[in-house]
Design a protein around this ligand. Structure first.
Ligand code: SF4
Length: 290
């Protein structure tokens, strides 16, 4: 089964720029970007980010406002700040060489630690993202228990050696995205269909639904950061921000009242994504002495 999936991946996989590298920094950037954002959207942004911050050290030493500006539009902007905090720690202390050490870095959960461990360091551990979870459940059956699925994924990955370790991790994710899809799985094109109990009769695997974006604080926060990122000095008067948010209307939500804006702005300040200084709202946290 491993051989069939690896052969399928070698012949069929989509070519994304992060799949051609095992550089730990590039792998980490791509994995953080891919959290909650579709691969097709990341395809253009990953090379751009890497051109701006080509090394771990360049990201670690960049002003936070520059990192947030480059991240603008990808959503979940705190990811950019935790990625930079990780870059600072790794530039100072070096890369942890095991899953537990990677999982202790800021913003890196069990999934990302395993992805970096296997893709960058060749450690044969399995990942369970939404795509992998779906096909493991369909292909092997049994209860939908995270610890159990992780054991299956680890057992499958554990046979890998050398460059095959990274290919296997990519293959498991690509297979769920391209063949054992959420809707209309392509059982007729499936390289591991033999013996699959779900063949031709796969059920939907429910995933937690995101609350609607429109009208949420997340929508106003994202729009505010995009405005700041696009402005010439990454700073605008609050009044300018409110006028632009109201003009954008439909896609974001209704115009904010004073209380709503204070909540959004305070949230941005609390998370270090923006701050007020000199009568302006500015991208990034205030720096000491500024
Ligand atoms: S046969 Fe169908 S349900 Fe089974 S693993 Fe392949 S694509 Fe998924």
């Amino acid at each position: 089964m491993r051989r069939d999936l690896l052969d399928w991946y070698a012949a069929e996989h989509r070519h994304f720029p992060w799949r051609a590298t095992n550089d730990p920094y590039a792998v980490l950037v791509s994995e953080v970007m891919l959290q909650q954002t579709q691969a097709a959207r990341i395809a253009a942004r990953f090379p751009r980010f890497m051109a701006h911050f080509p090394t771990l050290e360049s990201l670690a030493s960049a002003p936070a406002a520059a990192v947030l500006a480059e991240w603008s539009g990808l959503g979940y902007n705190r990811r950019a700040l935790t990625l930079q905090r990780t870059a600072v720690m790794v530039a100072r202390d070096g890369w942890p060489r095991d899953v537990a050490g990677l999982a202790r870095l800021p913003g890196i959960g069990a999934y990302t630690a395993r992805a970096v461990a296997s893709l960058a360091f060749g450690i044969p551990v399995g990942v369970v993202d939404t795509n992998v979870r779906r096909w493991l459940l369909r292909r092997f059956g049994g209860p939908d228990q995270p610890a159990r699925l992780q054991l299956i994924s680890d057992a499958l990955a554990g046979h890998g050696r050398g460059p095959e370790v990274g290919s296997w991790t990519h293959a498991t994710m690509e297979f769920g995205a391209a063949i054992c899809r959420s809707r209309e799985p392509r059982c007729g094109a499936c390289p591991i269909a033999r013996g699959c109990p779900s063949r031709g009769a796969a059920v939907m695997i429910p995933v937690p639904r995101q609350p609607p974006l429109r009208g949420s604080d997340r929508a106003y926060r994202g729009a505010t950061l995009r405005l700041l990122a696009a402005s010439s000095r990454h700073a605008l008067q609050e009044r300018e921000v409110l006028v632009s948010l109201a003009a954008a209307g439909g896609g974001i939500g209704p115009a904010l009242d004073e209380t709503g804006w204070a909540r959004v702005r305070n949230g941005l300040e609390r998370d270090g994504l923006a701050h007020r200084a000199g009568g302006m709202l500015r991208l990034g946290a205030a720096t000491i002495g500024a």
